[in-house]
Design a protein around this ligand. Structure first.
Ligand code: 3PG
Ligand code: MG
Length: 394
């Protein structure tokens, strides 16, 4: 993957437009709940400021209706947090597409939610050209949005005088490439979460590459069904049993495997007060809901992780938000923390699990991407990266 990199460019006195992904979770009052993405965006912003550039940063927040900017759409709380982290004021500029605002060298402004501009989502060419005219250098640092071809992630890269990858984008590309192109073996993938359907393509593409595919949550239940087990009232997608079977067959034919739970933690409801029972997987009753893997399974998964050369982690194996269903994910997190394998992790639930079990410092690389992380692992071309590649030789 060949793209220009921000660190190789002279930015002094230049107008730099940085597309970041500052799409952070907020509570109902608009307070930022988790600011990893803002912190991850700082190195590029600091580099530009320290080297005397006039810096404009923009991002989307949520999925607003274009042409409107409601109270919940504004980047105002993000401007405040960014200012705290940079220890300097960050002005928020509204209605910025046609210019008419000033930014001095060494100053940074935040341009209001780019998805409020008409034409952003559809990658409108006229909009992209107007935005490109605002800058001398366009920097894409929004890895979390790299799977979207929108005006600030794609179109602008074609028209800006120079288009390059920011430091976060560069680090993401390097780490994910390392884990996918020349992984140390065994390569173990952990794919958890509620639905097979939303992760079916990633499961199929991983089935072709990895040595062990650990499945968790509703995905594991669908695989249990496919292997002829009873899962009671558990969340699963019976219509995808055939697909799950195909994936297991594909793996088996290559001498690889999908290790399925031998014991599970069940309850009759998902709640903080639910009474949990640990039982062998063959004893799941008609009203049971499987909410975590049992201790024997956890120990087996920990063994697999201990012997891994590379680990790719997306999704928990149980409903770890409640302590009685957190055992499997906790054991796995601890095994990952102690393993010498290079581990890359990504996705909102995974980041929450990493925070809950305090293992961030033991993970080789934590991706800021959710959808983008998965699509990269699937081997898809991400439109935002392709747009930068197209400008490499100019
Ligand atoms: C994300 O949170 O996954 C990214 O910011 C992309 O957001 P989107 O799914 O609304 O495009
Ligand atoms: Mg998303």
């Amino acid at each position: 993957m060949q793209v220009k990199k921000l660190a190789d460019l002279a930015v002094a006195g230049k107008r730099v437009f940085i597309r970041a992904d500052l799409n952070v979770p907020q509570d109902e009052a608009g307070n930022i709940v988790e600011d990893t993405r803002i912190r991850a965006s700082l190195p590029s912003i600091r580099y530009c400021l320290d080297n005397g550039a006039a810096v404009m940063v923009t991002s989307h927040l949520g999925r607003p209706t274009e042409g409107e900017c409601r109270a919940e759409d504004t980047l105002a709380p993000i401007a405040v947090r960014l200012g705290e982290l940079l220890s300097k004021p960050v002005r928020l500029i509204r209605d910025w597409v046609d210019g008419g605002f000033e930014v001095k060298p060494g100053e940074v402004v935040l341009l209001e939610n780019c998805r409020c501009n008409k034409g952003e989502k559809k990658d409108n060419e006229e909009l992209a050209k107007k935005m490109a005219a605002l800058c001398d250098i366009y920097v894409n640092d929004a890895f979390g949005t790299a799977h979207r071809a929108e005006a600030t992630t794609h179109g602008i890269a074609r028209f800006a005088p120079v288009a390059c990858a920011g430091m976060l984008m560069g680090a993401e590309i390097d780490a994910l490439t390392k884990a996918t192109e020349t992984p140390a073996r065994p390569l173990v993938a952990i794919v958890g979460g509620a639905k097979v359907s939303s992760k079916l393509t990633i499961l199929k593409s991983l089935a072709d590459k990895v040595d062990q595919l650990i499945v968790g949550g509703g995905i594991a239940n669908t695989f249990l069904l496919a292997s002829g087990k009873r899962i009671g009232d558990s969340l699963a997608e019976p219509e995808l049993v055939k697909e799950a079977q195909t994936i297991m067959d594909m793996m088996k034919a290559r001498g690889a495997e999908v290790p399925l739970p031998v014991d599970v933690v069940v309850a009759d409801e998902v709640s903080a007060l639910a009474r949990a029972n640990r039982i062998p997987v063959d004893e799941v009753g008609p009203h049971d809901r499987i909410l975590d893997v049992g201790p024997k399974t956890s120990a087996q998964l920990a063994q697999i992780i201990a012997h891994a050369g590379t680990i790719v982690w997306n999704g928990p194996v149980g409903v770890f938000e409640h302590n009685q269903f957190a055992g499997g994910t906790k054991m796995m997190a601890s095994a990952i923390a102690h393993s010498d394998a290079f581990c890359i992790a990504g996705g909102g639930d995974t980041l929450a699990a990493i925070a809950k079990f305090h293992i961030a410092q033991d993970i080789g690389y934590i991706s800021t991407g959710g959808g983008a992380f998965l699509e990269f692992l699937e081997g898809k071309t991400l439109p935002a990266i392709a747009a930068l590649e197209g400008r490499f030789t100019d």
